[in-house]
Design a protein around this ligand. Structure first.
Ligand SMILES: Nc1nc2c(ncn2[C@@H]2O[C@H](COP(=O)(O)OP(=O)(O)OP(=O)(O)O)[C@@H](O)[C@H]2O)c(=O)[nH]1
Ligand SMILES: [Mg+2]
Length: 283
């Protein structure tokens, strides 16, 4: 599947990140715990090389716990500060604030020694739809940044004050210009980080169902009772139609509706907690 996925506003978003680098002490990089390999922009390593970084695996409520553990271990083994997070609930709010402050500690201590109380400024970055704005609202304890269940909601930068000495900057999601690995591009599409309008939705959902049927056949069949092991993508879409009674006039199967529903249900975590790639895959 060819995915045209680098819209013009991305170049503008990248320039904005570069222009604001001088203002910030810490980069908080959000990835999606279901696909940390696909959702960590590889350009960030070069772009933010000189900055302290904290990696947050967000949406960990939707990923396999074992997968999240494996990713966190691999980040920590490489010396990076990393934690899992669920921006839609409050359980690790304080831990996230502490992780950001710890990343800036050296600088804060240096300033404090000179008698200056330094405000830590952190930029929250990540590809579209990973939950950057939801994370900022959670940490702020109130809805300050606009969120939405589709990519491209945040259009420009926005500073949000978290406390007397901490400010977070929300930024628009940034994809990278080229993705060599078509498997990773598909993972991004499955989790909703690429606009559905530019893709063949039935092909995408058929491929996702086939992948889930290989990884977690029992959970998939529990959700759509007509699904059987080994079905081809088109057969899987048809089985979803049969399971849910999705028919057009004349009784034909409504596979487009099956595609939309199965993608929505996967993205909402209703089928299974799945991590699509693991560190040992080398992706
Ligand atoms: N299940 C779950 N959903 C989440 C979590 N964090 C965010 N979401 C949902 O993900 C969707 C996208 O969230 P946003 O905060 O708008 O994402 P963003 O990264 O700011 O997106 P852009 O501004 O488009 O780049 C929303 O529907 C959120 O409710 C999480 O930890 N778990
Ligand atoms: Mg946003």
């Amino acid at each position: 599947m060819q995915i045209q996925w680098y819209p013009g506003h991305m170049a503008k978003a990248r320039r904005m990140l570069e222009e604001n680098l001088a203002l910030i002490d810490v980069v908080v990089e959000l990835a999606d715990a279901r696909a940390p390999g696909a959702t960590r922009n590889p350009d960030f390593d070069a772009l933010f090389a000189a900055k302290h970084r904290v990696i947050l695996l967000n949406k960990s409520d939707l990923a396999s716990p074992a997968g999240t553990k494996a990713w966190l271990e691999s980040y920590r083994a490489s010396g990076a500060a990393a934690m899992d997070f669920v921006a839609t609930n409050a359980h690790k709010r304080k831990a996230a604030i502490s992780a950001i402050e710890a990343a800036a500690k050296e600088k804060v201590d240096r300033m404090r020694a000179k008698g200056v109380m330094k405000t830590v400024r952190a930029m929250v970055v990540g590809i579209p739809n990973v939950g950057k704005s939801t994370f900022i609202n959670r940490v702020a304890g109130e809805n300050r940044a606009k969120v939405g269940d589709r990519p491209g909601v945040t259009k420009g930068k926005q500073w949000v004050k978290i406390g007397p000495y901490l400010e977070l900057m929300d930024t628009p999601g940034l994809l990278w210009p080229k993705l060599e690995d078509p498997e990773l591009a598909k993972h991004l599409a499955y989790i909703g980080s690429i606009n559905d309008d530019i893709m063949d939705i039935e092909q995408l959902a058929g491929d996702l169902l086939a992948e889930l049927n290989a990884r977690c056949p029992n959970e998939l069949a529990a959700r759509y009772c007509a699904i059987r092991p080994g079905m081809a993508p088109q057969e899987l879409l048809e089985a979803v139609c049969v399971s849910r009674g999705f028919r057009l006039s004349g009784n034909a199967l409504d596979t487009e509706r099956a595609a939309r529903v199965s993608l929505d249900e996967f993205r909402a975590g209703k089928i299974a907690k799945v991590t699509l790639e693991l560190p040992e895959d080398g992706r």
